[in-house]
Design a protein around this ligand. Structure first.
Ligand code: NAP
Length: 205
C-alpha cells in the first residue's frame, strides 16, 4: 500500500503510523502524483472541494488499465452548507466528475460512502454492513469488490453503473443525519440479499 499526500513527509508519517500498528504491513508514503504509477487500484478520498484540484495534479500519472476507487461525497460543507445536504454536480455525481477528468482507459468505481472512517481506523471494530459499489467497467468493479471483501464484515453489493453514484453518494448525507440523531456511526444493509451476492453471480443488469 502506498499512501499519497500533497506533502510526502505527511504521507511517510502516515505510513510509519500504520507500520507501527501492523508490523507486517508493506506500506510506504509518497507525494500524490508519485503514489499513482504502479498501483492497480488508486483510492481517492479527499473532501469534495479538493477533488478537482487533486485529480488535476495526478491525472497525468495514470496509465490505461488502472482503477480509481472514488469515495468522494459532494457534501454541502464544501460550500459552507450542512453535512446533511449535498451539492448538485453537473456530471451527476462526484464519481462521474472524476471519470471525466481521467485519461481514457482508467475506470472509476465509486464505493465506501457509507462506511465510517472512524470504524475503518479501529482494528477492533466488527463490521456488519454492505458497501454499495457502482461503475461502468465490470472487471474494475470486481477488483474493488474483492478488495472490500478482504475487510471482514463488509459485503460489496453491485449497485449498478457509475451513474447510480448520484444516489449512493447522497446516502452519506442521510447517514450523517441518522448518526447525529442516534449518536452512532451507522452503516447500510440491503435486505433480502443472501450470502455474498457478488460471488453468487446474482449481479443485476
Ligand atoms: N470520513 C468518513 O467517515 C467518510 C466516509 C465516507 C466517505 N467519505 C468521503 O471521503 C472523502 C474524504 O473524507 P475524509 O473524512 O477522509 O476527509 P479529510 O480527512 O478531511 O481529508 C482527507 C485528506 O484529503 C487531503 N486534503 C484535505 N484538504 C485538501 C485540500 N484542500 N486539497 C487537497 N487535498 C486535501 C488531506 O491529505 P493531505 O493533506 O495529506 O494531502 C487529507 O488528509 C470525502 O469526500 C468524504 O465525504 C468520508
Amino acid at each position: 500500500v502506498v499512501i499519497g499526500s500533497r506533502d510526502p513527509t505527511r504521507a511517510a508519517d502516515a505510513a510509519e503510523q500504520i507500520a507501527a500498528t501492523i508490523p507486517e504491513a508493506g506500506v510506504s508514503g509518497l507525494a500524490n502524483a508519485e503514489a499513482v504509477p504502479g498501483a492497480g487500484i488508486v483510492a481517492l478520498c479527499v473532501p469534495f472541494e479538493s477533488q478537482v484540484p487533486t485529480l488535476q495534479s495526478v491525472a497525468p500519472s495514470f496509465q490505461p488499465g488502472q482503477v480509481l476507487l472514488d469515495a468522494t461525497v459532494p457534501l454541502a460543507t464544501a460550500a459552507g452548507g450542512r453535512p446533511t445536504r449535498v451539492l448538485g454536480v453537473w456530471q451527476g455525481s462526484a464519481a462521474e466528475q472524476a471519470q471525466e477528468m481521467l485519461p481514457p482507459g482508467v475506470s472509476v468505481v465509486s464505493a465506501l460512502h457509507t462506511v465510517a472512517a472512524s470504524h475503518l481506523r479501529d482494528l477492533e471494530h466488527v463490521f456488519d454492513e454492505d458497501v454499495l459499489v457502482t461503475g461502468d467497467d465490470d472487471d474494475a468493479k470486481r477488483q474493488v469488490a474483492e478488495l472490500i471483501s478482504r475487510i471482514p464484515g463488509l459485503r460489496p453489493v453491485d449497485a449498478g453503473r457509475l451513474e447510480m453514484a448520484r444516489i449512493t453518494e447522497q446516502l452519506t448525507a442521510l447517514m450523517i443525519g441518522i448518526n447525529i440523531r442516534y449518536r452512532v456511526a451507522a452503516g447500510v444493509r440491503i435486505a433480502g440479499l443472501k450470502g455474498q451476492p457478488w460471488a453468487l453471480g446474482t449481479r443485476p443488469a
